[in-house]
Design a binder for this molecule. Structure first.
Ligand SMILES: Cc1cc2nc3c(=O)[nH]c(=O)nc-3n(C[C@H](O)[C@H](O)[C@H](O)COP(=O)(O)OP(=O)(O)OC[C@H]3O[C@@H](n4cnc5c(N)ncnc54)[C@H](O)[C@@H]3O)c2cc1C
Length: 458
């Protein structure tokens, strides 16, 4: 183990000024300089039994890549990361490291954990500027695998299988690959040229990408059966609504639709692009997760005064802390312990009727169950309402395959090797877990790729 030199954590956040960033979609945080990255890497204890690796769903050799950063060999650091993760610039930006690798870092007991995510991002950004590193690839096996859905799960499964020597055909229903990385997470958190560059690296392993192919419609399930194996990574793109009176009024969006219009269809630039979006002057967003924060911050950048209502307390917000802090900094009003009960208006939204909530007994997850307080109704003026209360697996393809056993929430049920109930069909990511995280989707896809390889070798 290296000698431990107590050091203050370097300042790693370079957020752009608030009054500047709320008017554009450029990235909020500038990332580390090489000097800062080296200084931060030198704080690593280089533990013999590194818990950070255990906390990483794709098992990056974190101490090894950090050692190379500390030594200034950023290319070698990139090679180490790429052995396990083909999407490091993405993960460095959006993974909840605070509850994964960084959450396990021993330094966290004494001071701040190593900023593993920011180091990963630094290495990936440097690599992109200096030329992408590609991991080794096996000779062709002559076998074909179909992957459905080009989100983080599908991209990771494709990369792993291509490296193992399989011919991979990756079907994506949209006109762009990336899934939520492209249509959900806004560019100010995850710039789209970076997503495209990492997708291109996956494709350069020999993956055949077929865009605008909706499997279950333009590609039939029978066609899928002609492959040696199939991986389903179709995500959880089905938005939930609250079933409120007035939910059909124009100006009511699911967060998915609102974000897709802006992120993927460039509705903020209408009429230069075909797709419009209602730019509300008073926007109410319901929800407390990353999706709600993203919708609120996009609405703010479209010029609205934005109120975020959440039925629990601020400490219960499921969004990443850094993102809820930034949302607040950007002027989004947080109204906690409040639930919308009715969208008001006649032909157009005029307001959202809400009720205050009190926290009662603990629910199954150990959180207090919110309950409405009688007589506490009040109205927030609004001309746009965005529901960001969760989403479930997209049923389109999986409901076409009656042999697939599905769980209570419509998710595809898989075993510990990500096999579905239909032979040759594997599934991973949000379609199997319900809405979760990028890195969990990637971890599942890696394991599924290994299981596919094992099956095809038997
Ligand atoms: C707004 C938002 C913000 C988020 N922020 C974060 C964050 O900060 N950090 C984090 O870790 N996670 C975040 N998440 C969650 C994360 O993005 C998802 O858990 C992750 O993208 C799941 O990956 P996936 O590949 O399973 O599904 P997806 O990313 O949903 O990809 C599925 C793909 O399959 C395609 N598809 C679906 N059906 C078909 C079909 N029949 N034929 C062909 N293609 C099909 C879809 O078009 C899509 O491209 C966020 C999610 C959202 C919506």
């Amino acid at each position: 183990m290296q000698t431990y030199v107590p050091a203050k954590r370097v300042i790693t956040m370079h957020d752009r000024p608030i009054d500047q960033r709320i008017h554009d979609f450029y990235e909020v945080d500038d990332g580390l300089t090489p000097e800062e990255a080296i200084a931060e890497a030198k704080r690593c204890l280089q533990c013999k039994k590194p818990l950070c690796v255990k906390g990483c769903p794709v098992s990056i050799d974190i101490p090894a890549f950090i050692r190379e950063v500390a030594a200034g060999d950023f290319k070698k650091a990139a090679e180490i990361i790429k052995e396990q993760n083909m999407l490091p610039a993405i993960c460095g930006r959006v993974c909840p490291q605070e509850v994964q690798c960084e959450g396990e870092c021993l330094l966290g007991l004494k001071e701040k954990p190593i900023s593993i995510g920011e180091l990963e991002r630094f290495v990936a950004d440097t690599e992109r500027t200096n030329g992408m590193v590609l991991p080794k690839k096996n000779a062709s096996t002559g076998r074909r695998v179909a992957v459905v859905g080009a989100g983080p799960a599908g991209l990771t499964a494709s990369a792993e299988l291509a490296r193992m020597g399989y011919h991979v055909t990756l079907f994506e229903s949209l006109h762009a690959a990336g899934g939520v990385l492209m249509y959900g997470i806004p560019a100010f958190r995850l710039p789209k040229d970076i997503v495209k560059a990492e997708i291109d690296a996956v494709l350069s392993l020999g993956v055949e990408l077929k865009l605008n192919h909706l499997v279950g419609r333009s590609v039939t399930v029978k066609e899928l059966l002609s492959y040696d194996a199939v991986f389903l990574g179709t995500g959880a793109g089905l938005p939930y609504f609250m079933g409120l009176p007035g939910e059909n009024l124009p100006g009511v969006y699911s967060a998915n639709e609102f974000l897709t219009r802006v992120n993927l269809m460039h509705a903020d630039q209408f009429p230069s692009f075909d797709t419009p979006v209602k730019k509300g002057s008073r926007v109410v967003v319901a929800g407390g997760g990353n999706v709600a924060m993203d919708a609120a911050r996009v609405a703010r950048r479209l010029g609205g005064k934005v109120t975020l209502v959440y039925r629990r307390r601020e400490e219960d917000l499921p969004a990443r802390k850094a993102e809820s802090l930034r949302a607040k900094e950007e002027g989004i009003e947080f109204v906690m312990c409040v639930n919308p009960v009715k969208i008001l208006g006649d032909g157009a939204i005029t307001g959202v009727e809400c009720v205050r909530m009190e926290m009662c007994e603990l629910d199954q997850s150990g959180r207090p169950e919110p309950a409405p307080i009688e007589g506490s109704h009040f109205t927030i003026d609004a001309d746009v309402f965005i529901a960001a209360i969760g989403q479930g697996p997209n049923p389109l393809l999986i409901s076409e395959i009656p042999e697939l056993i599905r769980g209570k929430r419509g998710n595809v049920v898989v075993d510990s090797e990500y096999r579905t109930s239909l032979p040759k069909f594997f599934a991973g990511g949000d379609v199997a877990t319900g809405a979760a995280t990028v890195i969990l989707a990637m971890g599942a896809a890696k394991s599924a790729a290994q299981a596919i390889d094992k099956m095809l070798r038997e």
